[in-house]
Ligand binder design. Structure first.
Ligand code: C2E
Ligand code: MG
Ligand code: MG
Length: 579
């Protein structure tokens, strides 16, 4: 409004400023909101001028850098070089010298009417650490700190890719298994077991170069991937060195523990397509090393593959065979070498395979053990034997100390309900336990001495005798013999097979020692695998009282064995012992 000197309104100009004020207020309010957001967000915010100098910082950014606004404003940040999306990750050190990983987002803006750079900073250190720790856990065995199965499988895949590009690139996978881990774990406890595994990991790492990949698969199974080697010989040398190295005791929890290793080697010459194939073959070769006596290495070859395939088929068929009752018990007579009287027999299982005919237990028992079928199968054998004993009952009266030996496998011995199962079968069939004997191989006995002793005590309490089978092959200390309720030792066939010379000056010191020891301890001795007259005569001279072998009879079906019991069939007449 304009007034003239007389204070009269000259002209008036009116404008409604309510709208303008409202807009100003709104702007002020939104600016203040923005400022609140900028200062409360955990994202650090910087605005940089064209030279990369800081022109604005929010509180979060000050906390990031551990510096005040005054210190930061005007300081040089540099213009970030980002990817197309305006993103990048950097590592910065704050004032406390903590490394932080920062995710940066950059965009171009105008700031105070000049081009500028808007930078938002997001601290992802914790997130990264969590991710890293998850990744570490996914690829490592936490006990030993070695890479795990998944890691080594991925590594093998990479090595296979490498081999496809460079045909002269060779590698080998060593599959290493401790021979006595279970015993250590069972007898000294899991803590010591874990400690042992850690020591093993260290020892293996020491044996190889930094380029070789040592990993733990599970339990006591380790692998070493030897990359870019010159030939299989190199892998063999390393396997040999590792094996020898494990003859030296490991110090664990103040104790010296020796555990040998069995090693299987898969070499790259087999045109592997997948890491699984490589691992499978190394594993197979390791099994071969175990079955050939442990503390050794074996290189995978094609015959093992064929055998592995056969095992797979057999496994399927074995499961079916149990359901369809394709098994039969054969009996092999056991003879008194002084009187040639029948003392009993060993029950030996036979499998009537619908296509392949008779399959020998040597071929399917190890597999049955591995897949656990031996447990129901073993129970079936005992039940069958008890039924046969029942049907022979009237015929047995004229025999003194007649007993049928039943083989027990390692897997059966491990079952916590073994004694119960056996008691149940015997009670159900009303079998006289005196007519039963169980055979346990020497190696089984010494591998689990404490536990087997317990089982054996149970047998003794039930009047069932125990035979130690394949005696002499286990290299065991004889000291345990007098502590255990052992009734009979069966001298392994391999010793008998060597007996070919009857002349006085040929000595058989091992058999002599076994017989003398057994006599002193009141333990009976049966020689297995007697095939010739000369073998029998040598054994008679050495004072071995009982024998079993083709010379007297092969294992025969029940009806044939019954004929011996009824007297319809007689054992071959053999020359009387001289002198
Ligand atoms: P083993 O217990 O040492 O049985 C003796 C093996 O020697 C039998 O082989 C028998 O047929 C064979 N044999 C007997 N006399 C002679 C001979 O004069 N010369 C030769 N060369 N061999 C002879 P078989 O029946 O093939 O059984 C092999 C192994 O299978 C047995 O060895 C035993 O460890 C296992 N086995 C057999 N039946 C069973 C069973 O029911 N349960 C379990 N767990 N294992 C069994
Ligand atoms: Mg036997
Ligand atoms: Mg034997």
């Amino acid at each position: 409004i304009t007034y003239d000197p007389k204070n009269e309104v000259l002209y008036s100009f009116m404008r409604d400023i309510t709208q303008q004020n409202r807009a100003k207020n709104a702007l002020r309010k939104s600016e203040s909101n923005l400022r609140t957001i900028i200062n409360t967000t955990t994202y650090g915010i910087l605005i940089l001028d064209q030279e990369g100098k800081i022109r604005f910082v929010n509180e979060a950014a000050m906390i990031f850098f551990g510096r005040s606004e005054a210190e930061l404003l005007g300081s040089d940040f540099g213009v970030p070089v980002c990817d197309q999306d305006g993103k990048m990750e950097i590592e910065i050190f704050n004032q406390k010298q903590d490394a932080r990983i920062i995710n940066i987002l950059v965009s171009k803006i105008d700031w105070q009417e000049k081009p500028a750079t808007f930078v938002s900073l997001h601290d992802i250190t914790e997130q990264k650490r969590t991710e890293e720790s998850l990744r570490y856990q996914a690829y490592h065995d936490l006990l030993t700190g070695l890479p795990n199965r998944r890691a080594v499988m991925e590594r093998i895949e990479q090595v296979l890719d490498c081999q496809h590009i460079y045909p002269n690139y060779y590698f080998a996978l060593l599959f290493i298994d401790l021979d006595r881990f279970k015993i250590v774990n069972d007898s000294l406890g899991q803590l010591v077991g874990d400690q042992l595994l850690i020591e093993v990991a260290k020892r293996l790492k020491k044996q190889v170069t930094q380029f070789d990949y040592v990993a733990r698969l599970s339990g006591d199974e380790f692998v070493i991937l030897l990359e870019n080697i010159s030939s299989i010989e190199e892998a063999k040398t390393i396997a040999h060195d590792i094996r020898m190295d494990f003859h030296e005791p490991l110090e664990v929890a103040g104790q010296h523990i020796v555990s040998t290793v069995s090693i299987g080697i898969a070499f790259s010459s087999h045109n592997y397509k997948t890491s699984l194939e490589v691992l499978r073959d190394a594993d197979n070769a390791m099994y071969r090393a175990k079955s050939r006596g442990k503390d050794r290495y074996e290189v995978f070859d094609q015959t093992m593959h064929t055998q592995a395939l056969r095992s797979l088929t057999l496994e399927r068929e074995l499961r079916k065979a149990l359901e369809e009752k394709q098994f039969e018990i054969y009996y092999q007579p056991i003879i008194c070498l002084k009187t040639y009287k029948l003392m009993g027999a060993e029950a030996l299982i036979r499998w009537h395979h619908p296509q392949e005919g008779l399959i020998s237990p040597g071929e399917f028992i190890p597999l049955a053990e591995e897949i656990g079928i031996i447990v129901p199968l073993g129970a079936w054998v005992l039940d069958r034997v008890c039924q046969d004993l029942e049907s022979w009952q009237p015929l047995l009266e004229k025999f003194e100390d007649f007993a049928i030996s039943v083989n027990l496998s390692g897997r059966q011995l491990q079952m916590s309900d073994l004694c119960e199962t056996i008691d149940q079968i015997i009670d159900q069939r009303g079998t006289n336990p005196r007519h039963l004997k169980f055979e346990i191989t020497e190696t089984l006995l010494i591998d689990n001495l404490e536990y087997t002793t317990m089982v054996m005590e149970h047998f003794r309490s039930r009047d069932i005798c125990i035979s130690i089978d394949d005696f002499g092959t286990g290299y065991s200390s004889l000291s345990y013999l007098h502590r255990l309720p052992i009734h009979t030792l069966k001298i392994d066939q391999s010793f008998v097979a060597e007996m070919q010379d009857y002349s006085e000056n040929t000595r058989y010191p091992i058999i002599e020692a076994i017989v003398t020891l057994a006599n002193a301890l009141d333990i009976l001795v049966i020689a297995e695998g007697i095939e010739t007259l000369i073998q029998m005569q040598i054994l008679q001279r050495l004072g071995c009282e009982f024998g079993q072998g083709y010379l007297f009879s092969r294992p025969i079906p029940e009806r044939d064995f019954r004929a011996f019991l009824t007297g319809h069939k007689v054992l071959p007449s053999l020359p009387q012992i001289q002198g």
